[in-house]
Design a protein around this ligand. Structure first.
Ligand SMILES: *Cc1c(COP(=O)(O)O)cnc(C)c1O
Length: 365
């Protein structure tokens, strides 16, 4: 069976370096925040061309903390894509605001500025743009909309480590850029982790307080904060893996290039990459009317696939009765019914990619 993603492979590639980093933390005797976290924050900010990075416990918290720092809360509306991973919406709900879904461009799967404009009301406080599947959203257009309506722009970059928009790395186009280091992401820890990057030092310093009980100085609490810190053990591992991220993303790009060139078949809709986007292929997502059939035939010949995501957030029980019933979210529903993610990852071999391509060509007929 060809795995969807071989998570253990990155550890096996870097075993000695990672073991040494973990041991350094264990013997160092400092297990919350501290030097390891500060070092990774500074390296990750450099990598993202942002002034600051603040390590937090996970990607969902990165979004929640960013919304809180920007003052988004009860009574506010936040524009979100209708077709994202549910965490984007959960963060908005967690601060007491209402997620207002906007339909994506069905070719790029990302937000379109013209549709965002239509969803703005006097209650709108922020827009969350998601760089879905590792492909940047059209940030200049969305930023212009946000600026005109005086809204904050938050980026959910949980799938886009290393991606570039018009040549510049994702990391500081919006007011706050939220990252997840969940193990399966392009840059993943061996557990949960997250970060926020930003060029705004005021936002960064408030995030540092909010992630740590609302406290800058021990036992002095300025605000009602959370406990949402990146663990030093994960930070040390991430520092090691960050050095290999570009190489790993390049491997993903090679695989995506082969899929794009060799899977030109009628029954399969391939992802569309705008000229200004340099995606990092967190996922390679195709569309097909007969998804169940294709997925089963691929499984039978030993190719694992996954679906991202089988239900749009609006179709989940968690959001029953929450949204305006007049909303038409048929694009998200159609995508949820047709998307299929092919295996892709830095450690997938050329032979495996060839077998997957052969399998899809046979199975799609
Ligand atoms: C993974 C992911 C998140 C949440 O990150 P966690 O670290 O799992 O909390 C948020 N948004 C998107 C788009 C994601 O893919």
């Amino acid at each position: 069976m060809i795995p969807f993603l071989d998570l253990g492979a990155s550890y096996r590639e870097l075993e000695q370096e990672i073991d040494a980093a973990i041991k350094r933390v264990l013997t160092g005797g400092w297990y919350i925040l501290g030097e390891e976290v500060a070092r990774f924050e500074s390296e990750y900010a450099d990598y993202c061309s942002s002034a600051e990075a603040v390590g937090v416990a996970n990607g969902l918290d990165a979004l929640v903390l960013s919304l809180r720092v920007l003052g988004v809360g009860s009574g506010d509306e936040v524009i979100v894509p209708s077709n994202t991973f549910i965490a984007t919406w959960l963060a908005v709900s967690a601060v007491g605001a209402l997620p207002v879904p906007v339909e994506p461009n069905p070719e790029t799967h990302n937000l379109e500025a013209s549709k965002v404009v239509e969803a703005i009301t006097e209650k709108t406080k922020a827009i969350i743009a998601v760089h879905l599947y590792g492909q940047p959203a059209d940030l200049d257009e969305i930023k212009a909309v946000a600026a005109r309506a005086n809204l904050f722009l938050i980026e959910d970059a949980a799938q886009a480590h290393g991606a570039r928009y018009k040549g510049k790395r994702i990391g500081a186009h919006g007011d706050a850029v939220c990252w997840s280091f969940y193990p399966a992401k392009n840059l993943g820890a061996f557990g949960d982790g997250g970060a926020v990057t930003t060029d705004n030092s005021e936002i960064a310093s408030r995030l540092r307080i909010l992630r740590n009980y609302g406290s800058k100085e021990k036992y002095l609490n300025e605000v009602q904060g959370m406990n949402s810190r990146l663990d030093p053990i994960h930070a040390a591992v991430l520092s090691v893996k960050l050095k290999y991220l570009d190489e790993w993303n390049a491997r993903r790009k090679q695989i995506a290039a082969r899929y794009l060139a060799e899977l030109q078949i009628v029954d399969v809709v391939l992802p569309v990459v705008p000229a200004w986007a340099d995606p990092v292929w967190h996922l390679f997502v195709i569309r097909t009317k007969d998804r169940a059939g294709l997925q089963r035939r691929l499984y039978d010949i030993g190719v694992s696939t996954q679906i991202h995501y089988p239900l749009a957030p609006s179709q989940q029980k968690a959001y029953a009765g929450v949204l305006d019933p007049r909303l038409n979210l048929s694009v998200a529903a159609e995508l949820a019914g047709e998307v299929l993610s092919l295996p892709i990852g830095p450690h997938q071999t050329d032979e495996q990619t060839s077998l997957i391509i052969k399998g899809v060509l046979e199975a799609a007929r």
